[in-house]
Design a protein around this ligand. Structure first.
Ligand code: PEP
Ligand code: MG
Length: 838
């Protein structure tokens, strides 16, 4: 990465500027200071020898842009070039550029450009253009036409405003908030967010803390105000991000949060201590205080502010790189949590205060960091929402990590008590949770914490039982050799249970193990109805996290992989290699079943800035899906090539969206064949042959199913669009909610027709619309002939279980009646009666 060297008369000025820059681009950015003269360089002036010493290391890497304040700084910098040891590179100017741009603006712009991988020339260009935003803001003409860097920009242009409703079950907690912050930071525009429901904000979407303090909960209305030159693109992506629940997988790990006094699970016990179940399972064993295993870091003597600041920066950088390394596996719960935690390390709200306290020489870096992070954690703990309160533990966790790094102590790597034990702690932190060895940590009892904390999610992933909020935990600690039992579902804790209780707890433990085994066994089993008709259950996948869950939950394959995420997340057309890598990252998380990859259904309501379409009165009837792909053959071919390349080790089927006429299916097929031919010619390894099929979501395609069944290798019924087109009810229009129901007799008849025509020629049919995840609609669709359903990843086991309850013979009577009714409400009523009997 290209670095920056700040040459200034004042060391203080340069250090302050360096801080500003690091806040923008993160603590790992290579920026050096060559400023001041005299002992410790505390006097004003510039020294060519000192500058050359600072510049020398940059000759070995990608080089640096040198920014100077004024007067003799320029002369000293020029002279310093002559003092360099040129045995590394003959011409230092190939690695170092003295840039005439204004110091502060240029430092920020250049750093942003360098941090996104810009070349030396790019960085210099960006630096030189750094005054442009200020000039344009002040209405000064003659603004350079060079593109400006990605600094938050406030222009006079009219802002774009839009409202979204938060659909994430736990609101904008750390991980979705982090995704929002990362997205906002990709644009130059200023993005402000206001929580209209709780009247909090507006706050900058660039800071995780600011976003989190908005306390956006499920159902809250959030107003986005986007202002700047790329506000249109930014708005599009932010809207899409909201639709995608800010990257959060369809399933959130459900917490078994029953209270201890739940009568169902109550068991009498003398030393019982109540808590909340945070991770299912029963543990019995000896206890061990976690603090004995992991002592807190020691305080050290306070040094000069500059030393302390350096120590802080080094600690932040080292924790950031640890988090980066630890979050290497894609898309599992732990890596998402770590990525969200990493944002705390560069959060301006937190760091501003810490740095200013340390610079003032009042406190050590460790103390300032500890105090400031504690007060931020306290702000989270006071929030109304339980889920947001649980985020305080993340702050405390990062806080301890940084304190350990400042103290030069090593981080927690593994917690494996010998002999195995139940850990007692006040609050389990995420890094401690992920360090627990499930073979040796039998369970955890925490006096504080929450079932929705990241530590609890990790414990559930590791399968270690945990009870939180067990207030009596400190007294438990008194009995060093106490035998303890805990139930991670009910939250019960027993200390030295009587023999009779112990027998009963052991029996419960065994029963739970048996039940779990049965569920686990069943979720990967194929589903057969009571009369032995096989119902295939696949999953819909929109990102890598969905893929992991689909596989984990027993999906037999993927019935719909929406590739939109590859395109909507980018401001420019991704290269074929980038597309291949994005798709491969999702496929990695999947099992061996078939994977139906749909070519992009973008355009119209999901526009791409790099494939513009004209404004349309009715985007759902506009240039979308296959229609858009045909208009951009290069785009379509690169997408098809990427699918074939990424899918080399998978049973990939390619599906085309919005097919309306038979010639479109034929044309799409020729595109796929051409993509294969090009790859052959280029000698690029890829999957071929593959099945080529289509979405049946346009009524015309449904009506011509007989014709299409001979052209396509498979059908997937898109009930979301099919329902909107058959019933003329706009998708997502809340006013029409009650009218747009897939169980409407007209839609059921259409689905039946498609199945009959496809079955006649052996064309595979699945349903991938949302209705497949609804047990009632799924039942009715099985009744009209559907034998394969592609559902949300978290619904796989439930829909399998539902299919197992059914009998096709009984169902045919139900669906015959349903199709003769007048509307979906009547159908739902009829189905409810049927399901009660089932
Ligand atoms: C559908 O229309 O049912 C479908 C699955 O496609 P999408 O929701 O992506 O339009
Ligand atoms: Mg559709």
């Amino acid at each position: 990465m290209v670095g920056i060297v700040l040459v200034s008369h004042s060391k203080k000025l340069a250090i302050a500027l360096r801080e500003l820059v690091l806040q923008m681009v993160g603590p790992e950015f290579p920026i050096a200071v060559a400023a001041g003269v005299g002992e410790n360089f505390d006097e004003l002036g510039t020294d060519a020898v000192h500058i050359s010493e600072v510049l020398q290391p940059f000759l070995n890497g990608d080089g640096a842009v040198v920014l100077m304040d004024l007067g003799s700084a320029v002369l000293s910098a020029q002279t310093s070039l002559e003092l360099l040891d040129t045995s590394v590179v003959a011409d230092p100017l190939t690695k170092l550029r003295l840039c005439p741009a204004p110091l502060v603006e240029a430092a920020v712009s250049a750093a942003v450009q360098a941090s996104v991988g810009g070349s030396l020339d790019d960085v210099v260009r960006e630096a030189k253009a750094a005054l442009a935003p200020k000039q344009s803001q002040l209405g000064i003409e003659d603004v350079p036409s060079v593109p400006v860097a990605r600094v938050p920009e406030v222009t006079d242009s009219k802002p774009i405003e839009f409202d979204v409703v938060i659909e994430n079950p736990h609101g904008l907690h750390a991980r979705p908030a982090a995704t929002l912050v990362q997205c906002a930071n990709r644009f130059q525009s200023d993005v402000q967010v206001t929580n209209l429901t709780s009247h909090r904000g507006p706050s900058s979407a660039r800071s995780l803390t600011s976003v989190s303090l908005l306390q956006a909960r499920n159902g809250d209305s959030m107003r986005f105000t986007v202002r700047g030159s790329d506000s249109r693109d930014a708005s599009e992506q932010l809207k899409q991000l909201a639709i995608d629940r800010f990257g959060e997988a369809a399933e959130t790990d459900a917490a078994p949060s029953r209270k201890a006094n739940d009568p169902v699970s109550m068991l009498a016990g003398e030393d019982e201590s109540s808590g909340v179940g945070a991770s299912e399972g029963i543990a019995i064993g000896r206890v061990l205080e976690l603090s004995a295993v992991l002592p807190l870091p020691m305080d050290r003597k306070q040094d000069e502010p500059s030393e302390e600041l350096k120590r802080l920066d080094d600690a932040l950088a080292s924790v950031a790189s640890d988090l980066h390394r630890e979050s290497s596996s894609p898309a599992d719960a732990a890596s998402e949590i770590l990525a969200a935690q990493a944002l705390i390390l560069s959060d301006p709200v937190l760091l501003d205060e810490v740095r200013s306290k340390v610079s003032a020489g009042k406190v050590s870096a460790a103390m300032a960091w500890r105090e400031q992070s504690a007060s931020l954690a306290a702000a989270y703990s006071e929030m109304e929402d339980e889920y947001m309160r649980a985020r305080a533990a993340d702050i405390r966790d990062i806080s301890v990590r940084v304190q350990r790094a400042i103290a030069g102590e090593s981080q927690v790597s593994r917690i494996h008590p010998d002999p195995p034990a139940i850990l007692l702690t006040s609050e389990l932190l995420p890094s401690e949770a992920s360090a627990c060895d499930p073979e040796r940590v039998l369970g955890v009892i925490a006096s504080a914490g929450s079932a929705t904390s990241h530590a609890a999610i990790l414990m559930r992933t590791l399968g270690i039982p945990m009870v939180v909020g067990a207030k009596g935990v400190s007294s438990l600690a008194l009995g060093i050799d106490a035998l303890v039992a805990l139930d991670g579902s009910s939250g019960q804790v027993w200390v030295n249970p009587a023999e009779a209780d112990l027998v009963s707890i052991r029996q419960r433990k065994q029963a739970l193990i048996d039940k779990r085994e049965l569920l686990e066994r069943d979720k990967h089993e194929p589903a057969f109805t009571r009369d032995q008709v096989r119902i295939e259950i696949l999953a819909n996948v929109g990102n890598a996290a969905d893929a992991v869950q689909a596989n984990k939950n027993g999906a037999e394959g993927v019935g719909l992989l929406r590739t939109e995420f590859v395109y909507l997340a980018n401001k420019q057309m991704p290269t074929e290699d980038q597309q291949t890598a994005s798709l491969a990252a999702v496929l990695t998380g999947l099992g061996p079943g078939p994977v139906v990859i749909r070519t992009p259904d973008v355009g119209a309501d999901k526009p791409l800035s790099y494939l513009p379409t004209a404004a349309e009165h009715n985007p759902f009837l506009g240039v979308r899906g296959l229609r858009l792909s045909f208009r951009h053959p290069e785009f379509f071919l690169s997408n098809l090539k990427a699918i074939l390349r990424a899918g080399i080790a998978h049973d990939v089927w390619i599906m085309f969206p919005m097919v309306t006429s038979p010639e479109e299916m034929q044309k799409a097929r020729s595109f796929a064949e051409e993509a294969h031919a090009i790859l052959e010619h280029e000698h690029v390894a890829h999957r071929w042959p593959v099945k080529l099929g289509m979405m049946v979501e346009v009524p015309a395609a449904a009506m011509l199913a007989e014709r299409f069944a001979k052209l396509a290798d498979f059908f997937s019924i898109g009930t979301n669009d099919l329902t909107q087109y058959v019933l003329a009810t706009e998708r997502g229009n809340a006013d029409l909610d009650s009218l747009q129901d897939t169980v409407h007799p007209a839609v059921l008849r259409t689905i039946q027709h498609i199945c009959e025509e496809a079955d006649a020629v052996g064309c595979h049919v699945s349903v991938c619309g949302d209705a497949a995840s609804d047990p009632v609609a799924a039942t009715l669709m099985i009744g009209v002939g559907v034998r394969s359903l592609s559902v949300r990843p978290n619904q796989v086991a439930a829909i399998k279980a539902q299919a197992r309850k059914l009998s096709i013979v009984e169902l045919s009577q139900l669906t015959k009646e349903a199709m003769n009714l007048d509307n979906s409400a009547e159908v739902r009523k009829l189905a409810a009666g049927f399901m009660r009997k089932e």
